[in-house]
Design a protein around this ligand. Structure first.
Ligand code: GTP
Ligand code: MG
Length: 397
């Protein structure tokens, strides 16, 4: 299983720029709306502190890489077309992008904090990023509401025939959102509603759609274009506003990340993605040097370019994903000399048994117990794994 992080937002906010900076792809970027039409999927990385040094070893990753004790674990990033108000009714590129979003587990809402693009992505000045934050949530809610209404219809039609459960009908209709009847029931009850759609008025239905959306598509906000003074001024006021307590913001400059990675590829700087500093190691023109110094000031002020942090906030903080290393209680080096070859990303609350089945059905079927390789203690099949656990699975075969 691999996670997919979706980049969403109105046109021209820098979704493709962030995608390119994270994945070092080259999809078109442009200062005009709908530069992107077809979605792109690329490989990005999330950082996990490597466990090998605790075992006095150096790891040999099979996928991703390890740098200065930090594992870069691959994950999928999806760049989709921009959406504008009314997308759920077919405005702009319409519903297509909504279908693309079905394939994602968590969202990064990219917002142009510089205020230099209007709500449709056309160039302007002084646009308030708050409008964009609101519209995207509304647009997603309307999309969910439409599907919820279809689920209610499905229930009503079935009801006339056989016995039907509303939570089952809704879960079936919303199955693309990877929800289930149990979760739907929880949401309905948590809002103080009855399990009977006849008692839900329009406001209840919208509230339900919103709550299901929040649970099934958690989201962080990437406050992009933070390399501009306008964005920095907007960020001051917005990120600390209690109105947005339900959201987490990461200040980002996609441009700065791309510039640093490009310079690193050319061998003129030493930069580890996510770091708040870098070293100049090659010859540069005065102009290049000045540009890099501006990036250095920015990265030291905001704790890096924010691209890595946005990906990690989405996967680890919002989705609660845990990284687990398969290991051995006898030491982390295998007979082939590999050390912590893999680092897997598992859903929150994953147990020893889930991990065993994740590795292979036969391993799951034959599971006896797990071993915490740090303490050498046995862990039961129902034991919940923690982030950065190193676990051996002991089986009957
Ligand atoms: N200053 C600054 N400009 C940026 C940054 N990221 C993107 N831009 C600019 O914003 C404009 C739009 O960038 P894109 O990456 O094409 O935006 P998009 O969100 O993919 O747009 P659509 O594909 O049309 O939806 C381009 O002119 C970029 O150069 C950034 O970090 N800082
Ligand atoms: Mg784009």
């Amino acid at each position: 299983m691999s996670y997919r992080i979706g980049l969403v937002g109105k046109p021209s906010v820098g979704k493709s720029s962030l995608f390119n900076a994270a994945t070092m792809n080259d999809v078109p970027e442009g200062a005009y709306p709908f530069t992107t039409i077809d979605p792109s999927v690329g490989e990005a990385y999330v950082r996990v502190e490597c466990a090998a040094p605790e075992f006095g070893d150096t790891c040999t990753p099979e996928t991703g890489f390890c740098r200065h004790g930090t594992r870069f674990v691959p994950t999928k990033l999806v760049d989709v077309a921009g959406l504008i108000p009314g997308a759920h009714e077919g405005k702009g590129l319409g519903n297509q992008f909504l279908t693309d979003l079905n394939e994602t587990d968590v969202l990064i809402h990219v917002v142009d904090f510089s205020g230099t693009t209007d709500v449709e992505g056309e160039a302007t000045e002084g646009h308030d990023p708050r409008e964009d934050i609101a519209f995207l949530e509304e647009e997603l809610d309307m999309w969910y509401l439409e599907i919820l209404e279809k689920g209610i219809e499905r229930y009503e039609n079935a009801y006339r025939g056989a016995e039907a459960e509303i939570e089952e009908s809704l879960a079936e209709q919303m199955n693309a959102f990877r929800t289930n009847a149990e979760e739907i029931t929880q949401v309905v009850l948590s809002l103080g509603l009855e399990l009977d759609p006849e008692t839900w008025d329009a406001a209840d239905r919208l509230e339900l759609a919103r709550e299901i959306r929040r649970r099934t598509k958690p989201m962080v906000i990437a406050a992009n274009k933070m390399d501009t003074p306008e964005a920095q001024a907007n960020y001051e006021g917005i990120a600390s506003d209690p109105e947005y307590d339900h959201l987490s913001f990461v200040p980002v400059s996609a441009h700065a990340e791309k510039a640093l990675k490009t310079a690193a590829e050319r061998g003129v700087v030493e930069y580890t993605p996510g770091d708040d500093d870098f070293e100049v190691t090659g010859d540069l023109s005065m102009e290049q040097r000045r540009g890099l110094e501006r990036i250095r000031d920015f990265a030291s002020e905001y704790g890096g370019t924010g691209v890595q942090r946005a990906l990690e906030a989405a996967l680890f903080d919002e989705l609660g994903v845990v990284a687990v290393f398969p290991g051995s209680a006898r030491g982390v080096k295998t007979s082939e000399g590999k050390v912590l070859r893999d680092c897997f990303l598992l859903p929150s609350n994953a147990t020893t048994e889930d991990f065993a089945y994740f590795l292979h059905t036969d391993i799951g079927d034959g599971l006896l117990y797990g071993v915490d390789c740090r303490t050498k203690r046995q862990i039961g099949s129902g034991h919940e794994l923690s982030h950065r656990d190193v676990v051996e699975i002991v089986t009957t075969n």
